[in-house]
Design a protein around this ligand. Structure first.
Ligand code: DI6
Ligand code: FE
Length: 420
């Protein structure tokens, strides 16, 4: 008798494969199997080529539970020191995000706190946020720098991001966001700061292997289109992909710029216009929607969802987890808000936190349940895909697999920092 070839086979699943081009690709009474961390079979149970026990070492029925690809949070700033709950209060009392920023609060206040926080402390403060995302189904995570705005602290943030990935056993993609805000010590030397970022910080941190992609805050309270362009030129020379905080508070024509550089994504997009959409469609740049920031800032202007649909721009959804505008610790909640606030369909929202989020990070090896993909998957305490954006809060994850391994069986994240 042949020995079973597959490591694990799940039976009786409601699969949301996210593998076709528009829907979330449901297969009822489905089965999915993997070997050496990759999916080797997916389809209807009654089409399995042999008896389950002859096919796999371990066979498990999930009794009709929903199984999806592992969720992917493609835009977070979750490594930072302190918090900004005081600003939440100020905003509720009428102060705008821009007013707070101009008065020395906002991003710059988190910069002060982050500069004052050691690597171990940053790690300890950030770990619960990453764990919260994981416990809600996230198996791949992007984390940006941008609260250091000087070499040492930017490096510290990126190292902490890498360390979180190692300790949690998940993929963390790091993004360098040196052009996030002008640090106070450069208030009258803007050009010098942009030069420092482009000519010193970016190449240095890239040479240390700490940067997977490059981002900027292209905004009237952030950096201009020209300054962003300098950064993108340097990124291009270094062979690093770009993405952009674009058209969040005003239209700076940032989406067209990032598309021109073949960027992975343009993010926020409440003020995106038609020319930006066309450029994104032509370049294959993903639209990353961040309803947490829209909600927390009590914005009223919606991103142009219908136009994005009409032009076939794929939409991803992310938490934007950050201490100022989106203190959000659940990607499912972001998906839920993308439906209620932005009018995405539940299918679009699920594609937004799986396949399209993978593309926004440049991954083609994950985000769907298909043969050859990494076996990153979630077994949910839910039976239908729409439930993932329908339930608000709660804990729906039954089991998480990362590259075929049950996450609960991996070594638990240590509370204390490892060797540093
Ligand atoms: N846009 C955002 O949503 C975050 N950064 C950015 O450029 C906000 C960051 C913060 O307020 O701390
Ligand atoms: Fe952001």
């Amino acid at each position: 008798m042949n020995m079973p070839r597959w490591d694990k086979l799940l039976l009786n699943a409601t699969l949301a494969t996210c593998a076709d081009t528009t829907t979330c690709g449901v297969i009822e009474r489905g089965a999915v199997a993997w070997q050496h961390g990759r999916i080797v079979w997916v389809g209807r149970m009654d089409e399995l080529p042999d008896a389950p026990n002859a096919l796999a070492e371990a066979v498990e029925s999930v009794d009709g539970a929903l199984v999806t690809p592992g969720l992917i949070d493609c835009h977070t700033h979750l490594v930072f020191g302190g918090d900004r709950a005081d600003e939440f209060d100020l905003r509720l009392n009428g102060a705008s995000y821009e007013q707070i920023a101009k008065a020395g609060g906002g991003i710059v206040s988190t910069v002060r706190a982050t500069r004052d926080t050691s690597e171990d402390q940053l790690y300890l403060q950030s770990m619960p946020r990453a764990q919260a995302l994981l416990s809600d189904g996230v198996t791949t995570l992007e984390i940006k720098s941008g609260y250091g705005l000087e070499l040492e602290t930017e490096r510290r943030m990126l190292k902490v991001a890498r360390r979180l990935g190692r300790e949690l056993g998940i993929t963390v993609r790091t993004t360098f966001l040196g052009l996030h805000a002008l640090p106070p010590e450069y208030h009258d030397r803007r050009e010098d700061y942009v030069t420092l970022v482009c000519d010193v910080m970016l190449p240095e941190l890239a040479s240390e292997g700490l940067i997977d992609a490059v981002d900027a805050f292209c905004e009237n309270i952030g950096f201009t289109r020209e300054e962003t362009l300098c950064l993108f030129e340097r990124a291009k020379q270094l062979g690093l992909p770009v993405k952009l905080h674009a058209e969040q508070l005003s239209n700076q024509d940032g989406a067209a710029l990032v598309a021109e550089y073949g960027g992975l994504s343009a993010d926020h997009l409440e003020h995106l216009g038609k020319s930006g959409i066309k450029a994104m469609a032509a370049a294959g740049t993903i639209a990353v929607l961040l309803p947490g920031a829209f909600h927390a800032l009590r914005e009223t202007r919606l991103p142009p969802i219908d136009l994005l649909r009409q032009h076939g721009v794929p939409m991803a959804v992310a938490t934007d987890c950050n201490p100022g505008t989106s203190p959000m610790l659940s990607l499912r909640l972001a998906a839920s808000m993308a439906c209620t606030l932005f009018r995405l369909t539940p299918d679009e929202a699920l594609r937004g936190i799986t396949v399209n989020a993978a593309r926004a990070l440049g991954f083609t090896d994950r985000g769907t349940l298909a043969v050859g993909q990494r076996a990153d998957l979630v077994v949910w305490n839910a039976r239908r895909p729409a439930e993932l954006s329908y339930w608000i809060g709660g804990s729906l994850v039954r089991k998480l697999y990362v590259a075929g391994e049950s996450l609960s069986r991996r070594k638990p994240a240590r509370r204390l920092p490892s060797a540093s």
